[in-house]
Write a protein that binds this ligand. Structure first.
Ligand code: CA
Ligand code: CA
Length: 469
């Protein structure tokens, strides 16, 4: 921008002299002197960061007046008369304010007169804008200085838009409702159990005629297979099921909090298997804390499944934990998914990395001696991740049998929706086989049944709950 400052004609004589001195290139009539500019005392102008405008002070004369002409542009400040500059920056590094002060005194003599010129420019530069406050003074030394002032506010360089001060606002964190599906899981606050999600939908429950023939060829007893037939369609709502069997540590917490007494402690009429004689024997003092008799304990078995727990005991625990026993249909779907697989991991035969059953470690007459799963009795829950079900449930085959909610009953052929078993009965269902059993009992469709007060060292449980709670 330019600012033109006009001086009255009465000052022409002075202004001519001043202008000639200032410009250094105008020969004034009758002016006998050679101007001797005083060497500038200013220091070199510091270079301001772009887009700081440059301001330049010039002089112009005509027959009527003289003027100071100030031109400011964006770019570096090149005014040679500057002797001080200060620059302030905003937090982003942009120039927020620059103050350029030009103050030059020139004194010279002509015809006995002494002339004094003072030029001052102060420019306030705010980002891309420039705010000019200009003062130029000319006068005769000893006289009252003639002062012209001008001020302007504007954009230093019209081609440069003002730099907006960026406003940083927090990036909004979108809240997305979780979508539940296969692989979803959560941890119960009551007992620390991880639960896995089983989506709603149909599956085929039980054993088909074709599967029956295959099982018979693998020496699975017909009387066991019959219990699993007919295969039928079941429609289930979504539900959660414990990822593992309930552990000794979890059951101990339940007992400590509630003072609960298990059926075995109340009746003291359990049996254990004597591996020396290969017979079941009655024994006093068998309970969940001493699963193989008074001489046994739970040292080092905190993360093993609790055993010697009846259906009643399992029901009480799940109720305390804010959950419930899974229905038999829920248990089977959680174990085998929707493709009728024989085992949780698929339909291939058992391997030592897939489940804990009667193997070479147990070394009984019915053990699968070609397999070593690493444990003679129970294994810590979740020891066989390769044997996980389609929904991530572990040990659905082997380790310990698991109580389910239903009374035992025969299957029907009709489609069923959220079946809960017979309304009454004498025996409750157990599923999945245990460390004491063969592979035939570890199948996803296999069933067994006992009275609700029965318990032994081969049986435990896990809990479930409705989805959406
Ligand atoms: Ca084993
Ligand atoms: Ca199991």
């Amino acid at each position: 921008m330019k600012v033109r400052i006009t001086v009255p004609a009465s000052l022409i004589a002075i202004s001519l002299a001043v202008s000639a001195l200032a410009c250094g290139s105008i020969k004034l009539p009758g002016a006998p002197f050679t101007p001797t500019p005083i060497p500038p005392t200013s220091t070199p102008t510091p270079i301001l960061p772009t887009p700081a405008p440059a301001c330049e002070l010039k002089c112009n004369i005509d027959t009527e007046s003289y003027s100071f002409e100030i031109t400011c542009e964006s770019g570096t400040v090149t005014n040679e008369m500057s002797n001080s500059t200060s620059v302030e920056y905003d937090p982003t590094g942009q120039v927020s304010k620059a103050i350029v002060t030009v103050d030059q005194n020139q004194t010279y003599s002509s015809s006995g007169n002494t002339y004094h010129l003072v030029g001052t420019i102060t420019a306030y530069l705010i980002a891309g804008y420039a705010e000019y406050d200009i003062e130029a003074t000319g006068g005769v030394f000893g006289d009252t200085p003639q002062t012209c002032k001008s001020s302007a506010v504007g954009q230093a360089n019209p081609t440069l838009p003002p730099t907006p001060i960026p406003v940083t606002s927090p990036t909004p964190i979108p809240y997305v409702l979780p979508t539940l599906g296969v692989g979803s899981a959560f941890v119960s606050e009551n007992d620390g159990m991880t639960l896995v999600y089983v989506p709603e939908g149909q599956f085929l429950m039980g054993t088909s005629e074709e599967q029956k023939q295959i099982l018979l060829s693998h020496d699975v007893p017909l009387e066991a297979i019959i219990l699993e037939m007919p295969q039928h369609t079941v429609e289930l709502d979504a539900f959660w099921i414990d990822k593992t069997e309930i552990t000794n540590a979890q059951f101990r917490q339940f007992v400590n909090v509630t003072g609960y007494l298990t059926d075995a402690e109340k009746t003291d009429d359990r049996q254990v298997f004597d591996f020396t004689t290969n017979n079941w024997v009655n024994m006093s003092g068998v309970n969940w804390m001493h699963p193989q008799g008074p001489g046994s304990n739970l040292d080092g078995l905190e993360n093993h499944p609790v055993v010697v727990v009846s259906w009643n005991d399992a029901f009480a625990y799940c109720n305390w934990a804010g959950r419930r026993l899974p229905t038999e249909a829920e248990w089977e779907k959680a174990a085998r998914g929707t493709d009728q697989r024989d085992f949780p991991w698929g339909s291939q035969g058992p391997e030592g990395n897939l489940l804990n059953l009667a193997d070479a470690e147990l070394n009984t007459g019915w053990s699968f001696l070609d397999m070593d799963d690493g444990y003679r009795f129970t294994a810590p829950v979740g020891s066989y991740p390769d044997g996980a079900s389609p929904y991530g449930a572990l040990d659905m085959a082997g380790n310990v049998w698991e109580w389910v909610a239903d009374w035992f009953g025969s299957y029907g052929a009709a489609i069923q929706t959220n079946p809960g078993g017979p309304l009454t009965g004498l025996e409750r269902v157990e599923r999945g086989g245990g460390w004491f059993n063969t592979v035939g009992q570890a199948r996803t469709a296999a069933r067994d049944k006992y009275n609700p007060g029965y318990s032994d060292f081969n049986g435990g449980f896990r809990c479930a709950m409705d989805a959406g709670r």
